[in-house]
Design a protein around this ligand. Structure first.
Ligand code: SAM
Ligand code: SF4
Length: 312
């Protein structure tokens, strides 16, 4: 379905939990999230029903996110349910990777096509600092497990932060020189906790690695190829280059609110709706998608939630 600006909306980012095994400084408060009653969060059946209704409205790709989707009870049932929906051509999942050693194979068997693994540093001490509770070796073991389970086209999400991982840009690009994966450098967005972390423009990647050659873009990413390497480097630049004109996505939070735009506080409740009513609510959300965000002018997002409560 097209929105009122003529954009074709084919991509649903579905958050399955707002909880997480890590506490990344730019995403989560130090104390984590207040425990919620499980009834406040969509059930497995509700999530699958929402994805099915979204597919009826033209969605072809679904990404499961969170919080950390792999801490969600019933994650494999959610994957099995959504991958079986006619019309869903691709099921992806974004994860911090720590639980992949146990879950990569079952996720593959449950119909997940592709993974994005978030990793902002390759230094154990920095990883422990940024995630507050995480261990780099767990994330690296997770990446290995994904490969062993047969996942191809895995993307690495790296949030750029000035004074934190700026000096590691060449090391990350080297991964794309050596392995067939896409390293995606993401500009930090001033959402919730992200507002107080140090911003670094994605141009820093091109400055640090001038030999990168432009490649065909994909979705909202500008892409480059390291000469001779099997991998790709992607730049996601919500702050430097607004890509709202190419936005093809809607989001649903774990508590069942449809967010037509990540950076707007506009939310449409979906819980309790079924069949035609649910489809109509999703169509209304698509139609109401704002033309663009205003972060570049105001320096802040109007998301109204922390990132772990939306899913990125
Ligand atoms: N826990 C999973 C993970 O970390 O991959 C999935 C949820 S996380 C919210 C999704 C992505 O959003 C991660 O790649 C994370 O680094 C990114 N992210 C979180 N806060 C951000 C911010 N303020 N600006 C840009 N990206 C952010
Ligand atoms: Fe958790 Fe992902 Fe947020 Fe880090 S970025 S705290 S792993 S939800």
């Amino acid at each position: 379905m097209r929105d009122r600006c003529g954009r074709s909306i084919t991509y649903l980012r579905l958050s399955v939990t707002d909880r997480c095994s890590l506490r990344c400084r730019y995403c989560m408060p130090a104390g984590g999230v207040p425990k919620r009653d499980h009834r406040d969060i969509c059930s497995v059946e509700e999530l699958v029903e929402i994805a099915r209704a979204a597919a009826d409205c033209g969605v072809r790709k679904v990404r499961l996110t969170g919080g950390e989707p792999l801490v969600r009870r019933g994650i494999l049932d959610i994957c099995r349910g959504i991958s079986a929906i006619p019309g869903v051509e691709e099921l992806c999942l974004t994860t911090n990777g720590a639980a992949l050693p146990q879950l990569a194979k079952p996720l593959k068997e449950a119909g997940v096509d592709r993974l994005n693994v978030s990793l902002d540093t390759l230094r154990p001490d920095r990883y422990a600092y940024m995630t507050r509770v995480g261990r780099l070796e767990d994330a690296l073991r997770g990446l290995e497990a994904a490969e062993e389970a047969g996942f191809a086209g895995t993307k690495l999400n790296v949030v750029l932060m000035k004074g934190f991982n700026e000096d590691e840009i060449p090391d990350f690009v080297d991964l794309a020189r050596r392995y067939p994966l896409e390293v995606r450098f993401i500009e930090l967005m001033p959402i919730g906790e992200g507002g107080s972390a140090p911003f670094l423009p994605a141009q820093a990647v091109l400055d640090a690695c001038p030999d990168l050659r432009p490649a065909k873009g994909s979705g909202v990413a500008r892409r480059y190829r390291p000469p001779g390497g099997p991998g790709l480097v992607g730049l996601i630049e919500p702050m430097s280059h607004r890509f709202c004109g190419d936005c093809d996505r809607i989001r649903v939070t774990a508590d069942g609110k449809l967010k037509p735009c990540l950076h707007s506080d506009q939310e449409l409740p979906l819980r309790g709706l079924h069949g035609e009513e649910l489809r109509r609510a999703i169509e209304t959300g698509i139609a109401a998608k704002p033309e663009r965000h205003h972060m570049n002018e105001t320096g802040r997002s109007e998301a109204g939630r922390n990132m772990h409560q939306i899913g990125g």
